[in-house]
Design a protein around this ligand. Structure first.
Ligand SMILES: Cc1cc2nc3c(=O)[nH]c(=O)nc-3n(C[C@H](O)[C@H](O)[C@H](O)COP(=O)(O)O)c2cc1C
Length: 150
């Protein structure tokens, strides 16, 4: 059974809505065979990553970068899992209130360093998410999960 790991830093009602949309996407029709682990970034471990076949990452943009929480996760796993998950599909959503570009670039650079495969465009949401934004996050997560089923 393929394992999808959702690593998120959720700090507010807006980011909670995005997380819930992502989790709903992982439960889309036809994805029952995907086992989903949900981990706040500060509680996600190397063991969680090693058990995963793909990832959904979610973070706010903070001071032009990903959250410190998601960066901490990467700091913990980068070298120990540097090649272990090469080719793993991943998707990213970023929430911000002005500019999410730096956060996206930072996550993509690290994911590229670990050889992960981006299987959907990163979803960026500014301000309170509307229906379209939630749908984009839902689709992102469903796409990553579907990739695990081949
Ligand atoms: C210290 C700090 C730095 C932030 N820096 C950015 C930033 O660089 N770009 C951005 O778009 N939003 C930035 N934000 C806004 C957060 O991304 C936003 O507060 C978070 O996504 C939660 O959304 P909410 O404020 O709508 O609840 C920052 C927030 C804080 C607290």
């Amino acid at each position: 059974m393929p394992h999808l790991l959702v690593v998120h830093h959720t700090t507010s009602p807006a980011t909670q809505e995005l997380l819930e949309a992502a989790l709903a996407g992982t439960r889309a029709e036809g994805l029952d065979a995907v086992q989903v682990q949900v981990r706040p970034a500060l509680a996600a471990t190397l063991v969680d990553l090693l058990a995963a076949d793909g990832l959904v990452l979610g973070t706010p943009a903070n001071i032009g970068y990903m959250s410190g929480a998601l960066k901490t996760f990467f700091d913990l796993v980068y070298y120990p899992a540097l090649t272990a998950k090469a080719g793993a599909p991943y998707g990213l959503y970023v929430h911000g209130n002005s500019d999410t570009g730096g956060a996206v670039r930072a996550v993509e650079a690290i994911a590229k360093g670990m050889g992960w495969q981006r299987v959907a465009e990163p979803v960026t949401v500014i301000g309170m998410p509307d229906r379209a934004a939630l749908d984009r996050v839902w689709n992102l997560a469903a796409t990553v999960a579907a990739t695990l089923l081949g």
